[in-house]
Design a protein around this ligand. Sequence first.
Ligand code: HT7
Ligand code: ZN
Length: 814
Amino acid sequence: PKEIFLKDYTKPDYYFETVDLSFSLGEEKTIVSSLIKVSPRVKGSSAPLVLNGHDLKLLSVKVEGKLLKEGDYQLDSRHLTLPSLPAKESFVLEIDTEIYPHKNTSLDGLYKSSGNFCTQCEAEGFRKITFYQDRPDIMAKYTCRVEADKSLYPVLLSNGNLISQGDIEGGRHFALWEDPFKKPCYLFALVAGQLASRDDTFTTRSGREVSLKIWTPAEDLPKTAHAMYSLKAAMKWDEDVFGLEYDLDLFNIVAVPDFNMGAMENKSLNIFNSKLVLASPETATDADYAAILGVIGHEYFHNWTGNRVTCRDWFQLSLKEGLTVFRDQEFSSDMGSRTVKRIADVSTLRIYQFPEDAGPMAHPVRPHSYIKMDNFYTGKFSIYLRSLGFLLSIVFQSNVLVFSFMKRVLISISKDMMSKLVTCEDFFAAMRDANNADFANFLQWYSQAGTPVVKVASSYNAEARTFSLKFSQEIPPTPGQPTKEATFIPVTISSSSTILRVTKKEEEFVFSDIAERPVPSLFRGFSAPVRVETDLSDDDLFFLLAHDSDEFNRPLVLNPKFIQGLGSVLSDSTLDKEFIAKAITLPGEGEIMDMMAVADPDAVHVVRKFVRKQLASELKTELLKIVENNRSIEAYVFDHPNMARRALKNTGSSEYKSATNLTDQFAALAALSQNPGKTRDDVLADFYNKWQGDYLVVNKWFLLQSSSDIPGNVENIHALQTTIIQVYSLIGGFCGSPVNFHAKDGSGYKFLGDIVVQLDKINPQVASRMLSAFSRWKRYDETRQALAKAQLEMIMSANGLSENVFEIASKSLA
Ligand code: HT7
Ligand code: ZN
């Protein structure tokens, strides 16, 4: 497999101005015809035109209407090369290709999901549809004609505006779509199938009426009300906060059951995994409702940060993903609780990004190279960027500045589209100019991998009335980067929310005229994505637990004083209920293991269970009171006060039978299923019997069992049937439960090794995501290391390994 390097970027030799696509969809095969207006970057260029293509059958190539013979072009398994082209300002290229969507299980390119056709082109899926320069800096205007059997596929959708539609011979029909905006091919989309829509409208602040449609199978339409509410809320928020208005008259969302990731921001035709669209109080939890709000917002916000302002190449991915995550997190914070959202986001960062930064796939915000770009879309990546966005927002009050950056880039792009695609340097230049800011060595975040470790030593001098904070920073070595430079770390501290700018390896800050020894609250709101080691005593930490006005900084340590502290948090009616629920929930086993020199899953499991039990018995009275005062009495409402109330109540209750919504019922099911025995078996069977017809609810039922820490759970997983839809819930869930996945007999590792090899033949993107569970095998004891290594070697020796799996497995073994 070929590694692609940022340093090798060169501009394309040819640009594509317009692209007219025509799809004839069929059961056995689909014919794709493309007609492209091509213009060389340099007048009179004699460079060959190299097109990407993967799993395509080439039918014909024409240049300026003339059919090329076999010797006129070169074809290999990944490219079509046209060596001699007309020396004209522009010429027309026509290519006909045959593809087989019904056989496409990779869910990349054009494929079928539950009988409907749909596409996924980011990052490099368009090359599975037709031969093309599949790279983001090729921006063209598209039309798309879709033709299919009318009774099987009554709905035909693509990007932009519907120009015409009609019936044709043989029971077929067509629709012609035109997208007025230039776009890279990764934003192309097509959907054809038996779908119904929930329709609504949104009037923009300049008075334009936008038609909104959410498409699903007809029977699911009642479950799309929350998604529509979320879309309208996101459109309004983007106008109010960023001044950004939607730029077309139609916005479509389609929900499909088979999708590799959460959703995709294709221009005016977002495609979503159904689980991020469909919700009803009986079939979705508060967490699902919140995820739908956040992801609908995220994809919608991409319309500006990503679609209109586009990355020059995939190395600049952080621009669109970082900014868009920043925007969706701000949106969710404004719609709910800012503190709770921040705690949840940072916890995700700690669970996923910190371990990745310490493993073989560690990479800076802007990677230097990749084999398969898909492997760099871990949710972690964006969340990490959000921390940097947060960091900027603290230092420079960023909302205004992110917007001014976008405006600047938009202006330069519209002046000269071809040469002004966006890079991280543009981002910084815009930020710097808009704010006259000194970025110091902030750019190191974009080129250095690894999580900085910041040590803080404090000292108070009573005589001189001075207080000093000494910081030292170190970034551990990562693959290919044995030594690191100091980076820019903003440290927010107590009282006036002062920001200390730590820019050197060692730096001291002295505060004068301090009457008594203060207890500093450092890195308030998690002001930088770093690991912190302070010299604060337990007493200092308990002081903060009781008094810190920054809720983020209230720490967790087991001690009688801690139990007491939690008791008072539980009964403090002035605190946000959702915050209380978070404060009394222990970090997960993975998060705790990440703090150990040698990760010990068994010890962490036993100790965490003990602490939970101890807390439950010591705080029984307070917990029972909370359950009593926070029961769901009225009909389900998704809003912050009700979500917070349910979250708090469910930390103490397990009332399965009386529950009136899935949030309450599932919390009870999760609690009851922790102990093997008849009650567990009965409630799991009861739940399945009730919901077996709803695959999204059944998926939750799978996840609950696969992630269970009951002894020997690998046997139960074998017994549960595996289909592609259930891979995330079954396999992902199992690997997320350390005590069973890391079982010392190697049964968990063998299970995953076998699955990855099988799955790779069906869907490489999902296989490589599952495989990532092995990537930190060197963190465990020698026995476990040997067992995991054997599985990685077995995977590497498998025949026909995909590039996705090869990249993760080979880097893990290196
Ligand atoms: N920008 C989208 C990312 C995405 C993706 C990437 C690789 C392979 C498949 C994919 N499906 C969607 C979605 C987002 O940012 O939310
Ligand atoms: Zn995104």
